[in-house]
Structures are given as C-alpha cells and as structure tokens.
Design a protein around this ligand. Structure first.
Ligand SMILES: Nc1ncnc2c1ncn2[C@@H]1O[C@H](COP(=O)(O)OP(=O)(O)OP(=O)(O)O)[C@@H](O)[C@H]1O
Length: 242
C-alpha cells in the first residue's frame, strides 16, 4: 500500500518536506528546546535526550496542542504551508503514541474509517479499510471488537488508522516502548516501511537507540536547558541560534 492508495484523486499527492524553522520553546523564562531542521518525505528523524528535556513538548508544538504554560516561537511548515497558526485538526499530521488507543465503542473497521477525510465515499471507505486490513494480515477483522485483539494487532490497526487519515507527516512518541522485544522488532519494520512507502516525513521521539538505528534517519540529541539541535541538511538558509 502506497501513499497514492490512500489519496483521492483530488488530493495533492506530492510529498512535502517538514520544516522546523527557528523553533524555540520556553517554560516560563526558561528556554527548553531550540530546533531548526528539515525532514524529507519518507525520512524518519529521531529525537533523543534525557527525561524532561522537552521531546514530547516539541511534538505537542508541531501537532498544535502545546499547553498554555509554554511560550513558543518559530514555525513548523510543510513545504510552503505554515502549520503553526492552524488548529490541530487542520494540520493533517498523523500521531502515533505509546498506547495504540482504539475507540472501544467502534469496531476495528469503524476505527479505521474514523479519521478518513470527509468526502470519502462509502465505497472508498470500505475498499480502503479492506485493503488496509489485508496489508496488516487482518483480513476479515473489520467487525471485530478492538478489545478482542492482541497488543500487536491493536498496534497494527492504530498504525493503519493513522495512514488512512491521509496525513501529510507523522509524529511518533515512543511508539514501540510498550511492546515486547519480538513485537517491537516487527512493528518497527512495519512502521518504517509504511512511512517510506507513503513518502511521509516523520519525527520520532524515542529513548531507544535501536529504534533510532532502525529508523535509519538522522538523530537529533537534545541536551538539557537551552537545548539546541540542528541537522546538517538544508533548512532554507536558516540557522539554529545556539
Ligand atoms: N503542562 C505542563 N505544565 C508545566 N510543565 C510542564 C508541562 N508539561 C511538561 N512540562 C515540563 O516541561 C519539560 C519538558 O517535558 P516533556 O514531557 O516535553 O519532556 P520529555 O523530554 O518528553 O520527557 P520524557 O522523556 O520523560 O517523556 C519538563 O520539565 C516537564 O516537567
């Protein structure tokens, strides 16, 4: 399944670069994170660093639900479109967190259909849902109650739900940390393969060096206090102010 499979013809399918331009986050007067980087389609950039350094806060800023206690400057852009001033729901970012939370009141199929863009016809919904289930070897599971799935099956459904929402980029926060070793390996492979196939830029927060190694992209190590990180790819001429 590729990015094209998820997109209606009306969608702009061209992959975009995700930019963090001169992003600075403050907690009170205390600077916690500075970031200036770009993520190309299909690339997974890993963000690492000690507990409390601001990794999840950075994702919250990008996703559009930063707690009011923080002060932020800088921009997050997809190609030429600035996301920073858009409400969270308009940013079209796919979020994958530690817990593969599925809606308990919806079937597996209902969960998959949940995030599909408005305007997706009934036939398209069914077709995409069935294709997604086949893709994760869960054909025939559409009417199942999510509580009857194993942890690995839930994680796979959660991933496909994110992809079916036609995101323009993916944000991952410790996506594999609750999985046991075998499952972790399997999910890493699936998630990174899908991100590459769909040509989506992705930013992943992780404590696990093996996650970052499997992701294959650059690793940004945030350090405490005025943490500054910058990778060495083009960022439209902007530079981190360290
Ligand atoms: N709502 C909030 N109000 C006040 N302080 C907060 C709030 N959310 C986070 N913080 C503080 O902001 C800092 C960054 O937190 P954040 O959760 O981003 O860290 P992290 O690097 O993701 O940590 P971990 O690896 O433990 O998940 C921490 O000092 C944290 O205590």
């Amino acid at each position: 399944m590729t990015r094209q499979d998820f997109l209606s013809p009306a969608e702009n399918a061209s992959p975009q670069v995700l930019y963090f331009e001169q992003v600075e986050l403050h907690l009170g007067n205390q600077p916690i994170v500075k970031l200036n980087t770009s993520i190309t389609p299909g690339e997974v950039v890993s963000v690492m660093g000690p507990s409390g350094v601001g990794k999840s806060t950075l994702l919250a800023f990008a996703a559009g639900f930063l707690a009011p206690v923080f002060r932020a400057s800088g921009r997050v852009c997809l190609g030429d479109t600035e996301l920073t001033h858009l409400p969270a729901e308009a940013r079209r970012l796919g979020l994958l967190f530690q817990d593969p939370l599925l809606f308990p009141h919806l079937s597996v199929g209902g969960n998959l259909a949940f995030g599909m863009p408005p305007g997706t016809s009934r036939r398209q919904r069914r077709q995409q849902m069935e294709q997604a289930l086949a893709d994760i070897e869960l054909s025939g599971f559409a009417s199942r109650d999510p509580s009857t799935l194993s942890g690995g099956q839930r994680a796979r459904v959660a991933l496909m739900r994110v992809l079916l929402s036609q995101p323009q980029a993916i944000l991952l926060d410790e996506p594999f940390s609750r999985l046991d070793t075998a499952l972790r390996h399997e999910m890493r492979q699936l998630v990174f393969d899908k991100i590459r196939q769909c040509g989506l830029p992705a930013l992943m927060v992780t404590h696990d060096e093996a996650d970052a190694a499997h992701a294959g992209g650059p690793v940004i190590n945030l350090t405490p206090l005025a943490a500054t990180a910058e990778n060495d790819r083009p960022t439209r001429g902007l530079h981190a102010s360290s």
